[in-house]
Each structure stands twice: as structure tokens, then as C-alpha cells.
Design a protein around this ligand. Structure first.
Ligand code: BGC
Length: 363
């Protein structure tokens, strides 16, 4: 009989953080790349360019690490003409407003604001130069767990938004293999805010070209119906009896053909406060992902616009559905939908929000 090998010692070590240069931005500034390890098998690499998660290594059912996010080994990858043209936002921080604002326009306290439009006639993910394209200030934190605090001050009027927005995002690796992202923001004028992260996951760690064989469960009984530009109509429709019903686990690919274009929708999450909202599992490697958040919605995007024009880490070609995103958020176009939870932030208030991506295995 073969002796059973213990999984633990292979990757148990001390938590650590290291930093290295990641390359130069076109304006001559240097971006850095930080490697955080929690000593229990989880490793993340994050650059302060866009607060982007470039690598995320998690163990499979045999304890073997695999990189479960899409991205590039060098800064150049994020500046290639193909990447700039496709605009997939791999692993980036998204702000000031994640998702779409119809026609880039909203009214606040009787005043109309015009934002940059960068997705047809709509505003998407903060505009032409969102938080994914700025260089963040960094502070390394080691106590109680390896973490990075990224800070950015978005000037009044940036991309058309009112108010100076002071933003801080802490990425922390928890001892139970979670990547916890804590967002904070304050403003000096009434404004709107909706911060998220845009990691594309493929839990096979490069073994499968797409995520159609991943199981997904979403704790959501309704979703926001959208028009043909992916802007909500205002209707919250029950998922029961539709391909949007993930209240019990289903393969992402099972009913995707019934959804024109694929999944790119906001689910209305049940419950309140910081709670488990989504679980994904990849059967061949046994890797699982549990998503916790205090947000009311999650955009589940099945990488529909990836078309093989980008080649990422380890020479992997990113074709259609190569990864999926679970972008925790307020609902798209909230500033124009009075019945959706509010995204308004006023001076003196603190916007704060926490999302955790926790990795495990299922045998
Ligand atoms: C959006 C997609 C978009 C993708 C990359 C997602 O959050 O919902 O429609 O293509 O981001 O920009």
C-alpha cells in the first residue's frame, strides 16, 4: 500500500511580503510588484499599477499550487495595443464607479453630471482612465497578516465625477486562504462611488482553456434585467425557471447557450452584511472559491468578450470564457435608478466595504 503523503508541510512556511520593480509606465514612473504569501499555500502578486492582481496561486486537492487568475508576467502585457483595445480589466481595481452608467449621465442634488463614455454610449468602470490605470501609493502591512494598503486621491472632476475622492484599498491574505479586499473612500463634495475588483478566475490553474466546466452557486433569487447595452431596465426578475438560477450549483456552461452573449449580469444578493454569496468549484483540480461580501450585488461575467487575441502567463491564449469574474458591487446604473440601493457618498461619510475570495479544495 502506498503511504499517504501529508499535504501540509509542502507549502507551510512563514507569511511574507517582497517587492520588486515591475517596469516603467509610459510617463516614466516605475510600477512595483508585491508578492504576498500567507504561509498556508496562498500567494498573490499585486502591482500598484491599477492595484492589479497579476498572479494568485492556490493549492489543488493534491496540494499543488496553480495560478487561478488571468494576467501577464510583465507590465508590458497591460500596455500592449491588443490589451488596450480589448479593455478586459484583468485583476484590476475598478472605480470610481464599477459597471455601467447609462449614457454617462446622472443627476445629483439637482445638478446633471456628464461622465466620459467608453462603452458605446455608456460609461463603464470609471471611464477612460479609471482606477485600473492609475499608479497607487503603497504601504506594506504585516500585522496581523500580510497586506498592502493602496491609496489614491482622485481629483475633483476626474472623468467627470464631482468631488475629490480619497480612496484606500487594503488587500490582505488571511490565514484561512482568503484574499480579503477592504475598500474605503471619503469625499469633499457629494458624489457617487461603487468600487470593485475585476479578477478573472480559472480555478483549473491553466489546465482548462475555459470555465464552462466550473460549478457555480449564487445566493441570489433575482437579477437585474438589462437592455441590449447591458444597462438595467429597473426590473428585478426572479431567477427561478431561468438560466440565471444558480441557487443550487450548476455548471457555468450548462445553460449559457440560452443567454445571448453569455453571462454578464448583476445578481441581486440575498441577505445583509458580510455573508457568503457565491461558491465556485473546478471538478478536476478540486479547487473551490467562496466569495463573501457586504455588497448588495455581484456581476457574474463569463469572459464573453475574450477572443484569443491576448496571450497571458505561461503562454496561455485567453479565448472566449477563459475566466469568469465575480464583481461584488452596487447595481449597475444605480445613480439613475431611484429604487436601487444608493451609491451616493456625502462629505463627512465614510464609504467602506469588504469582499473576500476564499480558496479551498473539495475531494
Ligand atoms: C462587464 C463586461 C465587460 C467586462 C470587461 C465586465 O464587468 O460587465 O461587459 O466586457 O467587464 O470590460
Amino acid at each position: 500500500m502506498q503511504p499517504k503523503t501529508s499535504l501540509a508541510p509542502a507549502f507551510m512556511s512563514q507569511p511574507s511580503i517582497t517587492a520588486a520593480d515591475f517596469g516603467q509606465l509610459p510617463d516614466g514612473q516605475t510600477a512595483q510588484l508585491f508578492t504576498l504569501r500567507n504561509g498556508r499555500g496562498l500567494e498573490v502578486r499585486i502591482t500598484n499599477y491599477g492595484g492589479t492582481v497579476t498572479h494568485l496561486l492556490a493549492p489543488d486537492k493534491d496540494g499543488q499550487p496553480g495560478d487561478v487568475v488571468l494576467g501577464f508576467d510583465s507590465l508590458d502585457g497591460y500596455f500592449s495595443p491588443e490589451y488596450q483595445q480589448a479593455g478586459p480589466y484583468f485583476g484590476a481595481l475598478i472605480g470610481r464607479f464599477g459597471n455601467r452608467i447609462a449614457r454617462g449621465r446622472f443627476e445629483l442634488d439637482g445638478q446633471t453630471y456628464e461622465l466620459a463614455t467608453n462603452n458605446g454610449s455608456n460609461h463603464l468602470h470609471g471611464g477612460l482612465r479609471g482606477f485600473d490605470k492609475v499608479l497607487w501609493q503603497v504601504e506594506v502591512l504585516v500585522d496581523p497578516a500580510p497586506a498592502l494598503r493602496l491609496s489614491y486621491i482622485s481629483p475633483d472632476g476626474e472623468e467627470g465625477y464631482p468631488g475629490t475622492l480619497t480612496v484606500s484599498v487594503v488587500y490582505m491574505l488571511t490565514p484561512d486562504n482568503g484574499l480579503r479586499i477592504s475598500y474605503g473612500a471619503t469625499t469633499d463634495k457629494t458624489t457617487i462611488v461603487n468600487l470593485t475588483n475585476h479578477c478573472y478566475f480559472n480555478l483549473s490553474g491553466g489546465a482548462r482553456p475555459d470555465v464552462l466546466g466550473h460549478e457555480l452557486q449564487l445566493r441570489a433569487a433575482r437579477y437585474t434585467v438589462v437592455d441590449d447595452t447591458l444597462v438595467p431596465t429597473g426590473e428585478l426578475r426572479p431567477v427561478a425557471g431561468t438560466p440565471f438560477d444558480f441557487t443550487a450549483p450548476h455548471l457555468i456552461g450548462e445553460r449559457i447557450a440560452q443567454v445571448p452573449g453569455g453571462y454578464d449580469h448583476n445578481w441581486v444578493l440575498g441577505g445583509n452584511g458580510f455573508r457568503l454569496v457565491a461558491t465556485a468549484a473546478e471538478p478536476t483540480t478540486g479547487r473551490t472559491l467562496d466569495v463573501y461580501t457586504d455588497q448588495p450585488g455581484v456581476q457574474c461575467y463569463s469572459g464573453n468578450f475574450l477572443d484569443g487575441s491576448l496571450t497571458g502567463k505561461n503562454g496561455l491564449v485567453y479565448g472566449k470564457h477563459a475566466g469568469f469574474c465575480l464583481e461584488t458591487q452596487h447595481f449597475p446604473d444605480s445613480p439613475n435608478q431611484p429604487d436601487f440601493p444608493s451609491t451616493v457618498l456625502r462629505p463627512g461619510e465614510l464609504f467602506s466595504s469588504v469582499t473576500e475570495y476564499r480558496f479551498g479544495v473539495k475531494r
